[in-house]
Design a protein. Structure first.
Lengths: 535, 348
């Protein structure tokens, strides 16, 4: 009995000890991670922290005038930067920034999921000073982004950015305040496989082609072949998104975003035409099957084949990164018998200069940051700044610099510069094919992408709520794509819903319960939209 | 003697040293759980109860609480059709899967308890899935289709059940068949619990039953199953909780995604309301199983109780007869000499 007692006691003590060690371990980790981050978030100077001063010798610098009357702090500070960049690239960029401002330490982290990571950080009091996001609704609804208008306006470098950024107020969300800035930009792109065009005895289209010419090419290039069918179009980006931006002359409607958004309200009639046209192409068999589908297996005999590697598709509606990450990788095109060149997203009307729909991550300085000027400089360096892009170009040009997967950094989600600075662009263009045969295509393409318009979720308040709770919840794309409904059937109701969600979000985000930056007239205008919808 | 006196005179039993030690050991064993509850559960539990009445915005500078009353519940039921649908599916699936897991675990435990070669090895094999399903490995296996039986035509099964049951029920049954392998993989811990219970059944009972000519089948129904009944309830509760909180559960994913959703309608408040509704449903299911499998007194206890009751009744009647007799005797004594006969000779 006595022996049993001691045995029980020993087991129970061990369990308790292991539990306590676990608890203590958790506490230790939290303290270890949180202290520097919290310090950084709150913007406390590192002079107060023994650990940080031990790591980094105190640096004495003279105040640096960055622009206007703005001087960078001389304190040793730490800024935290959360992003979607390749970790290797971000580390190098942070090092370059710290060389430029020796008294500033930058800690960076890759965001795995914006909502989850940032909500958890906000709840834990470890919010980053600077971050980029893929969903502006989340950032605005929770007031993550601080007002950076004064820095933006005072910074002369911002006068030489792509014109739509200021013209359409990208990052201002239809207010007079700049909450965010475009950080990284990937324009949509149409690519053409010249080998397919040649095999099918078709003519290459002119580079300033129109929408109708593109549709005709897609139809012409869809041909039966006993070995393997040719398809006119392979898509990642749906054509309706491209059409919605390219459809209208600015004299008719100044479209600043998806679904015919002009800065005040939506008009989905332009989207509906593109949606229906795309659906008709799919139903008529002009569009190549997607990866991991039965149709793909029937076509190629392999479930996992990607249409872009078949050599049987003429036109691709792809993300810009597809070229850099796949087709641009050395030996890839030769392996699959491809000859890919970029094309401008065609305009419906034959205008030379037009907008291009784009993926555009927005970045901002957080409302909890105590060094907003320094954080703004970091934001600019990592995003659109000339200094940052010069560093980027050097890193991208050196193909020996690779990420953890062994991929050269220029083949790992390389974005497009947002500045129009010629030095930056000269370095950037040099990263693309320079042979006489292909270079003109790239030059034409780059010349055509200077008027970006971001997808809705980057720049329109309430856009994601509309998609989540109306558009996607009833599955409009699927209904139109499989022919059970016509896009035009949804135009009126979808416009009404989109306007409501936008107006409601504007009141919530920028009204008295949010940033409180709207005038009474603006509030009344949005309230009228909400009221008319609810009644 | 009054009731009070009786109570006072009740002998006080002093707790022995052994009992005290055992109690201490018991407290030590439960201490990790108590610490866990106090440190990690109690505060979030109370917080989530508070949160569900608010719309919460988590800004970098702190939380903004906007009281909405039952607004979060209304939103869930009116504007988020997926959650109620998933709750219904979850109820059906749990009610179907729990009996399957329990029966399967019991069968395997009985087999593993028998005298077979490499018994320890087989016990290990059946416990291994517990380690696998508790981590992200299971998610990878499921995504590779390892949870299904490839040759099973689930669509035909759904179509067959659709004739007799509502579509939601038929779909739940179909879902269960398509995840059959995974369901069976969830039986590891239950097998272990049954096995330990089986090993505690007194072999003398089986021996006595066999001497009386009881077959294996009869022994199972009359000895094994009644002895295992508390363990069946324990395993049923464990299985419900496991199915309700594992990574494969869609509702958990929905609550988590609502919690971290940055949209103005969702967030911590909305997710808390979801979680409390879900917790209520789980409690009801656990209650249902507890009602079905909870310990009912066995037939021998019932008979013994009935017999005792009868005995008490007989005693009461006996006492009453005695009391009546005594009363009657007293009455007779009192009336003695009171009445005389006509002839004056004496008593009646």
């Amino acid at each position: 009995m006595r022996k049993n007692y001691w045995k029980k006691l020993l087991v129970s003590m061990t369990l308790v000890a292991s539990m306590l060690i676990g608890v203590a371990g958790c506490g230790g980790d939290t303290t270890g991670d949180a202290t520097p981050t919290q310090g950084a978030t709150s913007g406390e100077t590192t002079n107060d922290k023994k650990d940080d001063t031990a790591k980094k010798d105190p640096v004495k610098v003279d105040p640096v005038n960055v622009f206007g009357d703005y001087y960078v702090t001389t304190d040793n500070i730490t800024l935290t930067y959360w992003h979607y960049e390749d970790q290797g690239m971000a580390d190098r960029m942070c090092e370059a920034f710290m060389e430029l401002y020796p008294n500033i330490t930058v800690e960076n982290k890759v965001i795995s999921d914006m909502s989850t990571d940032l909500s958890a950080a906000a709840a834990a009091g470890t919010f980053p000073d600077v971050f980029e996001g893929t969903d502006s609704d989340t950032a605005l609804a929770n007031m993550y982004w601080a007002d950076i208008t004064e820095y933006w306006n005072a910074d002369p470098e911002n006068k030489n950015l792509m014109p739509t950024i200021d013209e359409y107020g990208i990052g201002m969300f239809d207010t007079s305040v700049r909450f965010a800035a475009p950080m990284r930009y990937w324009p949509s792109a149409i690519f053409i496989d010249r080998n397919v065009i040649e095999t099918l005895n078709l003519d290459m289209p002119r580079t300033d082609w129109t929408w109708e010419e593109m549709i005709q090419l897609i139809k012409d290039a869809t041909q039966y072949d006993p070995d393997m069918q040719y398809f006119g179009l392979g898509y990642y980006n749906r054509l309706d998104s491209l059409y919605g931006i390219a459809a209208v002359s600015k004299d008719v409607r100044q479209i600043k975003g998806e679904f015919g958004f002009n800065g005040e309200d939506f008009d989905l009639q332009y989207w509906a035409i593109g949606e229906q046209q795309f659906s008709d192409l799919k139903l008529a068999g002009y569009v190549a099957p997607q990866q991991s589908t039965q149709e793909m297996e029937d076509w190629t005999g392999d479930w996992d084949t990607w249409f872009g590697a078949t050599g049987r598709v003429a036109v691709f509606s792809e993300g810009f990164w597809t070229y850099q990450n796949l087709w641009g990788v050395e030996g890839y095109q030769e392996q699959y018998g491809l000859d890919i060149v970029p094309y401008v997203t065609p305009n419906v009307i034959d205008e030379k200069e037009h907008n291009v729909i784009s993926t555009m991550y927005m970045g901002g300085v957080s409302t909890s940051c105590k060094y907003p000027l320094e954080a703004y400089l970091l934001l600019k360096f990592m995003g659109w700044g000339i200094d940052g892009w010069k560093v980027r170009n050097e890193i991208y040009a050196d193909t020996t610099i690779t990420n953890d997967s062994g991929t050269p950094l220029k083949n790992a989600q390389m974005p497009v510069p947002l500045t129009l600075d010629e030095t930056v662009w000269a370095g950037y263009k040099a990263l693309f094919p320079q042979d006489e045969d292909r270079k003109p295509y790239w030059d034409d393409y780059f010349a055509s992408i200077t008027r970006p318009v971001p997808y809705g979720w980057y720049n329109i308040a309430g856009y994601w709520n509309f998609c989540d709770q109306y558009f996607n919840s009833i599955g409009i794309h699927d209904l139109v794509d499989n022919g059970t409904a016509k896009a035009a059937d949804y135009t009126e109701e979808a416009t009404r819903q989109a306007n409501y969600y936008h107006a409601d979000a504007m009141i919530t985000y920028f009204g008295p319960s949010g940033y409180n930056v709207l005038s009474d007239a603006e509030l009344a205008k949005y309230q009228a939209v909400v009221d008319s919808f609810l009644n | 003697m009054s009731k009070k006196e009786k109570k006072q005179k009740k002998p006080k039993i002093k707790v022995g040293k052994l009992e005290k030690r055992e109690a201490r050991a018991g407290y030590f064993f439960t201490l990790p759980w108590v610490i866990g509850v106090v440190a990690f559960l109690l505060v979030p539990l109370c917080q989530s109860f508070k949160f569900m009445w608010y719309n919460i915005r988590i800004t970098p500078n702190g939380m903004i609480f906007n009281p909405v009353g039952i607004g979060n519940f209304a939103n869930i039921w009116h504007e988020d059709p997926e959650f109620p649908q998933q709750i219904v599916t979850y109820i059906w699936q749990t009610c179907l899967e729990v009996p399957i897991i329990i029966v399967f675990a019991l069968m395997i435990a009985i087999m593993l308890n028998g005298k077979i070669k490499m018994r320890a090895f087989f016990r290990l094999i059946f416990f291994l899935p517990v380690i696998i399903v508790s981590g992200p490995v299971m998610n990878m296996l499921v995504s590779e289709g390892a949870a299904t039986i490839p040759s099973m035509n689930v669509q035909s099964i759904v179509a067959a059940f659709d004739v007799f049951f509502p579509t939601s029920v038929a779909n739940s049954i179909g879902e269960m068949f398509s995840n059959m392998i995974m369901t069976l993989w969830y039986s590891g811990v239950q097998i272990l619990i049954f096995l330990s219970a089986l090993q505690k059944v007194d072999p003398a009972l089986y021996e006595a039953a066999k001497i009386d000519g009881g077959s294996g089948w009869e022994c199972f129904w009359k000895i094994t199953l009644p002895t295992m009944k508390p363990m069946i309830l324990l395993n049923a509760v464990y299985t419900v909780i496991f199915l309700s909180s594992n990574e494969q559960n869609v509702l958990i994913t929905m609550i988590e995604s609502a919690m971290f959703s940055g949209t103005k309608e969702k967030g911590y408040g909305y997710a808390s309301a979801m979680a409390w509704m879900y917790a209520l449903v789980i409690t009801l299911i656990v209650g249902l199983f507890a009602l079905m499998l909870g310990s009912k007194k066995d037939v021998y206890d019932k008979k013994a109780k009935k017999f005792k009751k009868l005995q008490k009744k007989e005693e009461r009647i006996k006492k009453r007869v005695i009391r009546r007799g005594e009363r009657h005797a007293k009455k007779v004594a009192r009336n003695k000499h009171k009445y005389t006969t006509y002839d004056g000779s004496g008593d009646y």
